[in-house]
Design a binder for this molecule. Structure first.
Ligand SMILES: NC(=O)c1ccc[n+]([C@@H]2O[C@H](COP(=O)([O-])OP(=O)(O)OC[C@H]3O[C@@H](n4cnc5c(N)ncnc54)[C@H](O)[C@@H]3O)[C@@H](O)[C@H]2O)c1
Length: 448
């Protein structure tokens, strides 16, 4: 166990740097941390109190402590509200963080109650189907956001996140995502080297999340919304998770988009934000072993990027097979020993915490405090889009273009990738009009 994991809740609370809310009013400033004497207070709320949500709030508190130790920022994070589909979970998590019960909310509209508490920052770690709605609501309410990946399950969801991300940019709001790898020092160094030409062109590559069986395999036979959301098996439904190519492999696809975006020297000043997207996808997949839910258990997809560069995307959740999680690229040349990238950025200024999930929050909080908001909404939306395009190529057996799916509806194509929207939607869970899903009801390639 590393040093951070040994920090107990009590040691967070005892720290002068970090306390949970005791209800005392912190002056509310919409965009940046309120100053109280030498203290700078950030009020944080959590939506989704499951495994990752509990981890994310802890990472957030560790990050505040780290920033105070390293940069003497006088930061105080107050956890002001929790929300979950299950009120019991919201209360349970709230109790650990000393959030009063009346600010622990349950139910499908709990995210709205959180916004009424008026936090500065909202962390969200619910199943991905809810992300576009929750993210958009938070940005429209003027909140900084940390949101988990992936950020959508279908093309309209991806476009909604891109639009809300643009609004965040105009409003100087942060939108940092749980992509982890974007906050690792060596990868940022590599992105700078690529951007500054040390390796020559990227010629091609492969990215993968191949692992064993996961999430059990007993049919779920859902009867109501609770069986889809609260069962802890939401991952198994494409309508909830986007399938594992989206829910898990999105990490690796984000790296492909990052590396090729860094090469393109895109419009972003900072290589940490560089991004592009594939132009088309064709591939295959199916379920070899899975019985529960309706997602596949393997995919193999060819992604074509600009200038004819191909990336092989692979992901599998089947035991007893070749496991490999990673990203590899073929470069035109080796980096000269004396190469020095010329691109300082805000990450270099604040530094890197060695735990990537903590470092996400170090960068988030530092960006807020220094009024240099970090906005990764488009990056993660594009990585999610790459996963959705690959998934639909495999489900349908067709080659699909980014333009048809995300930019311009192709009216002649009956499949109409642009308007492919799953049900139930996030809004359906609020109205209670939830279309029920069936185990084993999977898409067959070549069928309409
Ligand atoms: N970056 C990473 O390393 C990483 C790791 C694990 C999970 N994740 C992501 O985090 C997200 C959550 O995953 P998890 O493993 O914590 O799942 P989980 O099932 O443990 O937790 C999800 C929580 O959200 C709650 N919830 C569901 N619908 C809700 C709603 N409408 N409003 C409020 N709460 C709602 C559930 O009751 C549950 O407590 C997923 O998007 C997942 O892909 C990221």
């Amino acid at each position: 166990m590393d040093h951070d994991n040994q920090l107990t809740r009590r040691s967070f609370l005892k720290s002068t740097a970090v306390t949970a809310a005791a209800g005392a009013a912190a002056a509310s400033l919409p965009y940046f941390a309120a100053a109280q004497g030498n203290k700078r207070v950030i009020k944080t709320a959590l939506i989704g109190c499951g495994g990752r949500g509990s981890g994310a709030i802890r990472d957030h508190l560790v990050a505040a402590q780290y920033l105070n130790e390293k940069h003497d920022l006088g930061l105080e994070v107050q956890v002001v509200a929790t929300a979950d589909w299950s009120r019991d979970k919201a209360v349970g998590t709230g109790k650990q963080l000393d959030v009063p019960e009346e600010r622990c909310f349950g139910g499908p509209d709990a995210y709205k109650r959180v916004l009424e508490v008026d936090p500065d920052v909202v962390l969200m770690a619910t199943p991905p189907v809810f992300r576009p709605l929750h993210f958009e609501s938070c940005i429209k309410a003027g909140k900084h956001v940390f949101f988990e990946k992936p950020v959508a399950v279908d093309p309209p969801g991806v476009r909604r996140v891109i639009a809300a991300g643009e609004l965040a940019k105009q409003s100087n709001l942060s939108a940092v995502c749980g992509t982890q790898r974007r906050h690792e020092e060596w990868r940022n160094q590599l992105a700078r080297e690529i951007r500054d030409g040390a390796h020559g062109r990227v010629m091609g590559g492969r990215v993968a999340w191949n692992m064993g069986k996961i999430f059990g395999n007993t049919p779920i036979n859902p009867k109501g919304p609770d069986d889809l959301v609260g069962s802890g098996k939401w991952q198994l439904w494409v309508e909830m998770s986007g399938d594992h190519i989206c829910e898990q492999h999105v990490h690796n696809l984000d790296i492909a988009n990052w590396v090729l975006g860094a090469q393109a020297g895109v419009d972003e000043a900072e290589p940490a934000h560089a991004c592009t997207h594939p132009l088309s996808a064709g591939g295959f997949g199916h379920r070899a072993r899975r019985v529960a839910g309706n997602m596949y258990d393997f995919f193999s997809v060819d992604l074509e990027y600009a200038n004819g560069i191909h990336i092989h995307s692979m992901c599998r959740q089947v035991g007893g097979c070749w496991d490999w999680v990673g990203e590899e690229f073929t470069f035109e040349k080796s980096k000269p020993n004396d190469f020095q990238p010329q691109s300082p950025d805000v990450y270099a200024e604040v530094g890197y915490h060695r735990g990537a999930t903590v470092c996400e929050h170090v960068h988030l909080l530092y960006g807020i405090l220094k009024e240099k908001p970090i906005n990764h909404a488009r990056n993660v939306a594009w990585a999610t889009g790459a996963a959705i395009m690959g998934r639909e190529a495999a489900y349908s057996g067709q080659r699909i273009s980014w333009q048809d799916m995300f930019e311009k509806p192709n009216e002649k194509d009956k499949r109409n990738w642009y308007n492919l929207q799953f049900k139930p939607t996030a809004e359906d869970f609020e109205t209670g009009d939830v279309a029920m899903l069936k185990d084993g009801d999977i898409r067959i390639p070549g069928e309409a």
